[in-house]
Design a protein around this ligand. Structure first.
Ligand SMILES: C[S@@+](CC[C@H](N)C(=O)[O-])C[C@H]1O[C@@H](n2cnc3c(N)ncnc32)[C@H](O)[C@@H]1O
Length: 321
């Protein structure tokens, strides 16, 4: 399985010239106050309307001779449940909920900006029709399929193992697309293309193979529905320029923000769940220039209280140029 590389070379200390803002509250209320044409890239990953409760239980294992798990060198461990983060993913009028937010997204894009909607097979067709109406059919550029291969497999139908990411450009004739910054992936049959091409690799198609965030890996924040940093890194790197402003108003664990700040972009993130803000505060703790707005009533992790925004958010100011 090939995967987009995650550019982790830019560490927290290199992110000094960029700024990250986290806003707590309903996204429609917050983004309606932002000025026109103030973001170069908008990515959103709204709840998928699965009708299920999205939940992730966090566990820790501790050494215990009577424990139920056997680990390295036969040592026994006991499982301790730390807690469960959950939210209900169901709206009676999903498109009615999305529509005003998508209209705002179009208004907020710069003339060369791009919009990405991350969704799945249950709603993608309805969202495509809605977005065609809001952006215009010619503004639709790609449907990216994020394919993964993890979890239980259905036995009465083909197992559904992909998400859909719709890309719209505000102006289909002029948009940011940094072709040279696309990461390369291995050829399936390298012997057919010669050693030089094989060594260089090829650019991916509109089908991106990438593992989900491993439930036991380093990247995991514990937030349900966290998306892989590799997917967001590819989007931010190719569809925005260094110094640009990125917006994600269904921010969750803040994956878009981490990709943006590591790549030298500024980002504004919005979420209305306290659990999301808390996860982001932990995630962004190593980075400078992170500010939290509307979070006065929330308990941010130690060391983050000073990051409460008392100054004017950049989100409310017009971008340069
Ligand atoms: C699918 S998750 C996003 C996950 C994110 N892409 C990540 O990588 O962690 C959707 C998020 O939208 C947030 N959300 C839902 N309705 C919202 C609203 N009206 N305003 C702000 N955030 C909202 C939820 O709290 C949830 O964190």
């Amino acid at each position: 399985m090939t995967r987009p590389s995650t550019d982790l070379r830019r560490g927290p200390s290199e992110a000094r010239s960029t700024r990250l803002e986290v806003h707590f509250g309903d996204n429609l209320e917050i983004i309606s106050r932002l000025p026109d044409a103030s973001f170069d890239l908008i990515y959103i990953d709204p709840p998928f309307n699965t009708g299920k409760t999205q939940a992730r239980t966090q566990i820790r294992t501790v050494r215990d001779e009577d424990g139920d798990r056997v680990g390295f060198k036969g040592q026994r461990y006991r499982t301790v449940h730390i807690g469960t983060r959950a939210y209900v993913d169901s709206f009676s009028d999903y498109l009615g909920f999305l529509e005003p937010r998508l209209e705002q997204a179009r208004r907020l894009l710069t003339p060369t900006g791009s919009f990405f909607l991350h969704i799945d097979y249950r709603e993608v067709h309805y969202c495509k029709v809605l977005l065609d109406r809001i952006f215009g059919r010619t503004s639709f550029i790609n449907e990216i399929i994020w394919a993964y291969d993890y979890g239980a497999r259905a036995t009465r139908r083909w197992p559904a193992k992909h998400d859909n990411i719709l890309w719209y450009a505000k102006d289909p004739a002029h948009y940011t697309y940094r072709y040279d910054d696309i990461d390369r992936i291995p050829y399936m049959a390298p012997s057919l293309v010669g050693p030089e091409k094989a060594a260089r690799g090829k650019t991916p198609t509109d089908t991106w193979w990438h593992t989900i965030v491993s439930p036991t890996g380093k990247e995991k924040t514990g937030y349900p529905t966290q998306k892989p940093l590799g997917i967001l890194t590819r989007i931010v790197k190719v569809h925005s320029n260094p110094g640009d402003r990125v917006l994600d108003f269904f921010a969750g664990s803040g994956t878009t923000g981490e990709a943006a700040i590591r790549l030298g972009r500024s980002a504004v993130l919005v979420d209305n769940k306290t659990a999301a803000i808390t996860v982001m505060a932990h995630r962004f703790a190593p980075f400078p220039n992170v500010r939290y707005f509307g979070c006065d009533r929330l308990r941010l992790p130690p060391g983050r209280m000073d990051a409460r925004g008392t100054d004017r958010p950049i989100a409310w100011t017009r971008p340069r140029g």
